[in-house]
Design a protein around this ligand. Structure first.
Ligand SMILES: Nc1ncnc2c1ncn2[C@@H]1O[C@H](COP(=O)(O)OP(=O)(O)OP(=O)(O)O)[C@@H](O)[C@H]1O
Ligand SMILES: [Mn+2]
Length: 424
């Protein structure tokens, strides 16, 4: 709370200096009043993170946070920390993984909520072309939104809340940013639309830009997690990582006994971790995401903490194809948490059919329809395929071997991610 209060006053001081400087150099900046709100939903979201999940099932802060991200006044826009790291503009020890040049920005709301904005790059009904490698595929804002809803429906709660929003790129980015580099990548297109680039490392190519119409642009807003100084996280390579070259093969692709090796290795040799990886592979299979190269965990929760499912923008690229290799952790290890299996089975019942539940959930988003019908139906089809893999394992090894009870032991007082004093 103190941290938040300090941030607000720092912002107010900064704003004052900045407006004076801007006036001298003739730059228009819109000044918005900031509010210090101890009941802010983003703050509640941060305080509610536990070792089991990002939020609890009945957390009222989450719907509130979604609503605020959809409509609250944007008071600031900037590149994200990882993009800044590319230019050495921030402390790189604070960056989990310096990342690529996708178009994404950090937006700051009036109550100091922060969200990661990913703009629309692809129409809903466009499928990823057959000859595209997964690692050059577009990022899809609607995939980020849909993945949050699916994760919540699966009862994982490992994706930070994501809402869709029509962002005014002029009023809500250009005119509120204090970053000269960001201001410099804005231009007006021949069709008179306002456009901007990703951070241009070498040459800016207008075909990589995104444009408003003339100012409004669809995008996803993902609620920021607590900062790394408050709730440190680490990024860990996925054991079932794919080769990021045209021809390479990873060991899991050629060795059917790969899981036996992984099972011997720390941290997969005890506790929850391998089961969590298997949950993640089921999630990725359902959304069709082949790009899960790393996962993140909060260091405070130790090895038993949940895995964060960040960056789902490469999901929902092809509805007509089910990429079975994404399920390799499940099919090779033949293990699944009982709670996950029960949830999946529930979602095949006619009254809780996954596509129906998803559709209903997604209708709450302002950018609806988020998924086209074929993508929704693909979810039901893929869910059946997951269950068939589990059945095959059970036939081969027996229920006791395959359906594992969750290792999670309840503790008297669960620690929270933002609990400063009690680092493990
Ligand atoms: N909601 C969030 N809150 C805080 N940090 C986040 C959030 N989402 C993502 N990040 C951080 O930003 C990094 C980049 O995000 P993301 O992977 O979604 O974007 P990307 O453009 O696909 O980047 P990359 O090329 O690294 O995959 C993530 O690795 C993560 O550490
Ligand atoms: Mn990514």
């Amino acid at each position: 709370m103190e941290y938040y209060r300090r941030k607000v006053s720092r912002w107010e001081r900064h704003m004052k200096l900045y407006s004076e400087a801007a006036a001298v150099s003739n730059i228009t900046v819109t000044e918005h009043k900031v509010t210090f709100d101890p009941d802010a939903s983003w703050l509640k979201f941060h305080l509610g993170i536990s070792r089991y999940a990002l939020y609890s099932r009945d957390d009222l802060a989450v719907p509130q946070l979604l609503k605020e991200m959809q409509s609250m006044t944007v008071i600031g826009a900037d590149y994200t920390q990882d993009e800044k790291a590319l230019k050495g503009a921030c402390d790189c020890t604070q960056v989990v993984k310096p990342s690529g040049h996708h178009l994404k920005l950090a937006l700051k709301m009036q109550n100091f909520a922060k969200a990661m904005f990913k703009p629309m790059r692809q129409q809903r009904d466009e499928e990823t072309p057959e000859d595209f490698f997964y690692f050059v595929d577009f990022q899809r804002h609607n995939a980020e939104i849909a993945a949050f809803h699916l994760d919540r429906i699966l009862d994982f709660r490992r994706v930070p809340p994501v809402a869709g929003r029509l962002v005014n790129v002029t009023g809500e980015i250009l005119q509120v940013t204090h970053n000269e580099d960001l201001r410099a990548v804005f231009f007006t297109s021949p069709a008179n639309n306002t456009c901007f680039f990703a951070k241009c490392l070498y040459v800016c190519k207008t075909e990589y830009a995104v444009c408003g119409n003339p100012n409004l642009l669809e995008g996803s807003l993902s609620a920021y997690l607590p900062g790394l100084s408050i709730a440190p996280r680490i990024s860990i390579p996925n054991p079932w990582i794919r080769s990021y070259t045209f021809t390479g093969r990873e060991e899991w692709e050629v060795n059917p006994f790969f899981c036996d090796t992984i099972k011997q290795l720390y941290p997969y040799n005890s506790g929850n971790r391998l089961l969590n990886i298997i949950d993640m592979s089921i999630f990725d299979f359902l959304i069709g995401n082949m790009d899960r190269h790393h996962y993140e965990i909060f260091t405070k929760f130790g090895d038993e903490g949940f895995l964060l499912h960040l960056d789902n923008a490469r999901g929902f690229g092809k509805h007509s194809q089910d990429e079975m290799s994404i399920l390799a952790p499940l099919s090779q290890c033949c293990m699944i948490k009982r709670s996950t299996l029960l949830r999946l089975q529930l979602l095949t019942r006619p009254e809780y059919r996954l596509s129906d539940v998803m559709k209903e959930s997604l209708e709450g988003d302002p950018l609806q329809p988020i998924l086209t019908e074929p993508h929704l139906l693909a979810l039901d089809r893929r869910l059946q395929k997951v269950l068939r893999v589990v059945q095959r394992c059970v036939r081969r090894l027996g229920e006791d071997e395959v359906i594992t009870k969750d290792f999670i032991k309840s503790t008297v007082k669960p620690q929270t991610a933002t609990d400063m004093g009690k680092v493990r």
